[in-house]
Design a protein around this ligand. Structure first.
Ligand code: IPD
Ligand code: CA
Ligand code: CA
Length: 259
């Protein structure tokens, strides 16, 4: 039902990935949005390309894009775009970053595409039709205990300004799991849970463009997404717990102990 939308999301992600690859070959123009919150000319170039492709194809749709080229038409369709997730990695030449594009229809995410150009991995999902990476169906892991899990988290850019900075949860999970990674790319983190590389992921203070595509990719791969306290998650909420489903309750308990 949403296949045509998914095709455009995929095409836009691929184009953005090309710009990212090319951009790494030259010098980057880096601007500080905050003390540790960077944006590069490549973030803007990717967003421009994605928005022009989507707008050219669906001129009546709304667009919410991280770097500000949003469009409001009060449509039932809203594209949610992170043109470059993992900008800090990108700015340092650390090869893990992606483009994340989702489509919300009548308030529900129905299409998600995440493209990670370094491993050339394209994650796609459409509501009710499953999730795939490079055309192969993906599923979450079968690990059922935190003690056997590999987890992932991230830290928001305001970590110097608040004590609600995730340090407590990070320490608690480090002591209970096999490992906790911090990749710096929330959209990829969610896809890695979807394909079983991680068993669970949590983070505070995320934005809709960080999680929208990953949410449907993970849900369609059999995963579970909620708030820290187990409430239904929607992309406008800040705190996310995303797991293979099997470690969800146990992770909720650890998060509750840290609150
Ligand atoms: C950031 C990344 C990072 C997460 C930050 C996000 P950006 O997005 O997803 O993993 O920890 O909270 O803001 O700025 O690279 O698009
Ligand atoms: Ca992001
Ligand atoms: Ca971004």
């Amino acid at each position: 039902m949403f296949q045509d939308f998914l095709k455009i999301a995929e095409a836009a992600c691929r184009k953005s990935g090309e710009i990212q690859r090319e951009g790494l070959k030259g010098a980057l123009n880096i601007v500080h949005k905050g003390e540790i919150n960077l944006v590069t000319d490549v973030d803007h170039a990717c967003e421009k390309e994605i928005v022009s492709l989507i707008q050219g194809t669906f001129p009546d749709h709304d667009i919410l894009a991280e770097e500000g080229s949003g469009i409001r038409k009060d449509s039932e369709y809203k594209w949610i775009i992170d043109p470059l997730d993992g900008t800090t990695n990108y700015a340092h030449g650390y090869p893990l970053f992606c483009t994340s594009i989702a489509l919300e229809y009548q308030g529900e995410i129905v299409v998600g595409a995440v493209y990670e150009p370094n491993l050339d991995e394209m994650y796609l999902a459409e509501k009710g039709a499953g999730a795939a990476c490079n055309g192969r169906a993906i599923k979450v892991s079968t690990v059922s205990k935190i003690s056997q899990s590999m987890l992932c988290t991230g830290f928001a850019y305001n970590l110097r300004e608040t004590t609600n900075n995730n340090f407590n949860h990070f320490q608690n999970f480090l002591l209970k799991s096999q490992a906790v990674r911090r990749d710096g790319v929330a959209a990829v983190d969610l896809c890695y849970v979807a394909m079983g590389r991680y068993d669970g992921f949590w983070e505070l203070n995320l934005f809709p463009w960080d999680v929208a595509a990953g949410l449907i990719i993970l849900s369609e791969a059999g995963g579970k997404v909620s708030t820290f306290t187990g409430q239904k998650f929607d992309i406008y909420q800040k705190d996310i717990l995303a797991t293979n489903g099997l470690v969800h309750q146990e992770m909720m308990k650890v998060l509750a102990a840290g609150l």
